[in-house]
Structures are given as C-alpha cells and as structure tokens.
Design a protein around this ligand. Structure first.
Ligand code: ATP
Length: 380
C-alpha cells in the first residue's frame, strides 16, 4: 500500500518519498523510446513497405523519400520498418542520423559499423577503401543494403548530400552485384531535395514519396492519451490535463513538445508532492516544453555556429556585414565560411536572414533572431 501523499508531504517537508511517483514507466517519455502503438501513419507505412518489399526477396528496393515537419513520426516509421526488416535474412537496414554523421565518410562509417560490428578509424582509411570493404561484403553475403539517411537536410547543409547519394546509388556500377536502396528523411520543408541535388544524382534518383503532415488535435490527443496510459499510473493524469497538453502540442505542430510537456508536468506534480498532475503543472512547464526544439537545435551546433548565434543575439537585426565584423573579432573565419554558417542558422529557423535594398547601394541582408533573445542566450 502506498502512504497517503499529504502524510508523506508532512513527514518529508513537501516531497514525495523517492520511490513514490506519478509515473508507471517514465522511460516512455524519453527520446530513445520507440512506442508499441504507432497510429495515424498507415498510408505512409504502406508506401514505404511497397518501396522496400523487393529487398526481402533479395532484390534492390525502390528508393524512397520521407518528408514532413519535425515531430511528425518520420524517424519512428523508419525504426518500425527497419526493426521488421532487420529480422529478415539477406537484408541489412541501417539508419544513419545525419545530424551526427553529416559527411559521406561518416555515413559509410555507420554502414561499415553495422556490417562489421566495429567502427572504422575516423581517419587514415580512404573513402574508397571503406566503400570497397562494405560493397565486397554485401556481394559476398548476398545482402541487400537499405540505408535511411535520417535528417538528410544536415548533409545538404554540409554540402555532402550529392556525393553521398551518388556513391550509394551507383554502388552497383562500381561494385557489380551490390544491391543498395536509399530512403531519404527530410524535416526541412523549405528544402527542395531533388532540386538541391547535382544533375548526375537527379538523373538516377526517382524516389517513392511519403509525406508526413502535422497531426491534428484529435490525433495528438489520441497518441498522447496512449502514452499517458502506458507511462502514468491510473488516474494520475486526468482527461482535462491531457486536453490542455494536446491543445498546446497541436499549436506547436511537433509531437515532441507534448511528450516533453507530459513528462515535465509529471515531475512538477511530484515536486509539489501531488499524486495527480493538474493544469497548474502544465502551465508551469509549458514554456520550457515549447522551447524543446530550440534546446535540441542549439545543442547540435558546432562551436563556430554557437559563436555566430551569440554574435547575432548581440546585434539582433544588424546588417550581415556589420555582424561579420563583430564575428571576425571573435573567430578567425573568413567571409565565405561566415555566409555558409549564416545560411545554416537560417535554415534551422534559428535566425531570419532577409534581403533589404539599400538606397542606391545594392542589397544587403539583415540578421534577426527567430526566437526570444533571452531564451537563445540561456541555451548557448
Ligand atoms: N503516430 C505516433 N504514435 C506514437 N508516437 C508517435 C507517433 N508519431 C510520433 N511519435 C512520437 O513523437 C516523437 C517524435 O517522432 P519522430 O522522432 O518519429 O518525429 P520526426 O518526424 O522524425 O521528427 P524530426 O524530423 O524532428 O526528426 C517520438 O517520441 C515518437 O515516439
């Protein structure tokens, strides 16, 4: 029997005891959790199954492209399908997170690691050799390789996308008998993937497309309701609270906001020694949860990118040339690299880089933070 909470609160100065919790299984709110139930994505899964089916018969699958805004289930769909494919003999599905591995060498290192069970050296081995070993093994073992390039937009930002795809898509020419299929997963809805590829890649890449739209409010409530059922104790998160979270999540358009909000609201309820989560807990955590993506995006930036974001925060709304002067004082990077970094921050929606015409002096860009400066600076 659990002790009544108010008694616990009195005994321990307003805290639940360490082993008391509103959660049944807190892990279901963590980022690496793959849910058992995956609803409202039936047609997208069907399209992808259709494309990948030849692989289980030992043939090259159709290439595919998965598109849609962040937090709409793209990665989860791949994890589900690849989980199933991985159990089939003769198929090797590999999902590469391009946010982490944003170069051709990085992508092939992941594939190598999946095949050989150890990581290749990060330098000293040529790409050609790495590729050769992967391809030879695929041919010897008669395995079909299916590579998902998740968050492939990062390969584009680093200008590595065309080379990577070229190598994968033409593997059968350089290594006869190699069978490779590619699934691109892109969360940058402003990026026209096909258009952004080199002509030599465009001519061989005609993917099947699966689009993942933002979930509507009912879908969000249904999905989050299931998460609550698995993750919270019975009755610990009432319906009205779920509705409030669903409403805010649908507004944000990213399911991750809701999952994060549920977890934080649960922790907040615990911190005030309550066995149930209330609207006030949601209110208390909602700003942090809504900025979840901002936190994640800033975490993935390189030192130079952070430095630039900090410089823009200090010169919010400034002209690109002026911001560069300030940036150059802090780093030794040249203007070309600076422009690349500006473009990347713009694409990540961390800043808005807009052209303005200067009377009689051509055009210049102004750089403005896309988020509240304080929220950005707190995360840098
Ligand atoms: N239909 C669904 N049912 C249950 N959980 C879901 C569903 N769709 C998404 N999720 C959950 O929402 C979160 C975000 O999903 P996911 O990572 O698949 O999104 P994504 O579209 O790949 O996002 P990004 O583009 O930012 O990588 C995950 O925790 C995932 O478990």
């Amino acid at each position: 029997m659990r002790t009544h909470v108010s008694a616990m609160a009195d005994d321990s100065g307003g805290m639940l005891s360490w082993d008391e919790s509103v959660f049944r299984d807190e892990h279901v709110f963590e980022i690496d959790y793959v849910p058992d139930a995956f609803r409202h994505r039936e047609s997208q899964l069907q399209t992808l199954q259709y494309a990948l089916r030849p692989a289980v018969r030992g043939n090259r699958p159709l290439n595919a492209m998965v598109r849609g805004p962040p937090g709409t289930g793209k990665t989860t769909a791949i994890q589900k399908l690849f989980g199933e494919l991985g159990g089939r003999p003769g198929v090797r599905p590999v999902r590469v997170n391009c946010q982490v591995d944003a170069t051709r060498y990085g992508v092939f290192s992941r594939v190598f690691q999946s095949i050989f069970d150890y990581e290749p050296p990060s330098s000293g081995v040529s790409f050609k050799k790495l590729f050769g070993q992967v391809a030879d093994r695929l041919v010897d073992e008669e395995e079909v390789l299916v590579v998902a390039l998740d968050d492939v937009n990062y390969l584009f930002y680093e200008n590595e996308a065309s080379d990577t795809l070229y190598s994968l898509l033409r593997a059968h020419e350089t290594h006869p008998g190699a069978k490779v299929g590619v699934v691109l997963v892109c969360s940058d809805t402003d990026l026209d993937v096909i258009e952004a590829l080199d002509g030599r890649v465009q001519s061989v890449f005609r993917p099947e497309e699966a689009y993942f739209p933002v979930y509507d409010r009912e879908e969000v409530a249904d999905i989050l309701g299931e998460r609550v059922r698995v993750g919270f104790r019975d009755g610990a998160l009432p319906m009205n609270v779920l509705d409030r979270v669903a409403e805010q999540t649908a507004e944000a358009g990213d399911l991750r906001v809701g999952i994060d909000m549920l977890r934080r609201a649960g922790l907040h309820a615990e911190s005030r020694a309550s066995e149930t989560v209330a609207i006030e807990d949601v209110e208390a955590v909602s700003e942090r949860a809504r900025n979840h993506r901002l936190t994640r995006d800033i975490e993935t930036l390189s030192d130079a990118e952070r430095e630039l974001l900090g410089t823009i925060a200090d010169h919010d709304g400034g002209r690109a040339g002026d911001v560069y002067d300030a940036f150059a004082d802090r780093t030794d990077l040249g203007y070309t690299r600076y422009t690349e970094l500006v473009n990347k921050l713009d694409r990540l929606d961390l800043i808005d880089a807009r052209y303005e015409s200067l009377e009689g002096r051509g055009r210049s860009r102004t750089l403005t933070l896309a988020h509240d400066a304080e929220a950005v600076e707190r995360r840098l």
